[in-house]
Write a protein that binds this ligand. Structure first.
Ligand code: GTP
Ligand code: MG
Length: 194
């Protein structure tokens, strides 16, 4: 896809501030620090558009980016940050479920899992929820550049099994691995909704 424009639109804390203009939305989901904001920047080839950080839990609100004036990338807060309280964790689940259950707009959920580790319980829960609720979704294994080719293949194979044989797309924001393939999935989802 040719990106003619990509701009940060807004950061929304409350559902009342969520976008509702009918444009398709592609949501990025995954645990804190998994590389959501980096992946968005990598897809858009804009280095600092989505704020990235070494401090987990950086993205607290829902951030909207408008692409080519026609669809949104939605950067959701990360889950599973160990230092947040139990009630904050429950809040994440409620917020995510509410956002993901919106009747309109959402055309694709991109679930990010760290390629170096086995999926966490929350990764599995989210994955099951997406499947059980028939949400169109893709699973991406991030930070693939941090593993050797052999390690990556091994990890992809075991994660695929754990997730019930879903195809997992290896991705690296550093090298651009997986970029074209993921854009293909996004383009298909956006076009289908048109
Ligand atoms: P929250 O907003 O806190 O939920 O985190 P996030 O999922 O948006 O992660 P972010 O993109 O901020 O990345 C977290 C850290 O991982 C940063 O230090 C990034 O530079 C690093 N990182 C992200 N993607 C990659 C990647 O593909 N390769 C490597 N080597 N590092 C990455
Ligand atoms: Mg982020």
């Amino acid at each position: 896809m040719k990106i003619t424009s990509a701009e940060f639109v807004k950061s929304a804390l409350a559902p009342a501030h969520w976008m509702a203009d009918g444009r398709p939305e592609v949501a990025f989901l995954g645990r804190s620090n998994v590389g959501k904001s980096s992946l968005i920047n990598s897809l858009l080839m804009r280095k600092g558009l989505a704020r990235t950080s070494n401090t987990p839990g950086r993205t607290q609100s829902i951030n909207y980016f408008l692409i080519n004036d026609s669809f949104y990338f939605v950067d959701l807060p990360g889950y599973g940050y160990a230092k947040v309280s139990k009630s904050m964790r429950a809040d994440w689940g409620k917020m995510a479920e509410r956002y993901l259950s919106k009747p309109e707009g959402l055309v694709l959920c991109i679930q990010l899992i760290d390629s170096r580790h086995n999926p966490t319980d929350q990764d599995l829960q989210l994955n099951e929820w997406l499947l059980a609720n028939d949400k169109p979704s893709v699973v991406v294994a991030t930070k693939a550049d941090k593993l050797s080719r052999t390690q990556l293949q091994k990890q992809l194979k075991s994660t695929t099994q754990v997730l019930g044989s879903r195809e997992i797309l290896p991705f690296s924001s550093e090298t651009g691995l997986g970029r074209e393939k993921l854009w293909g999935e996004i383009q298909t989802a956006v076009n289908q909704s048109a």
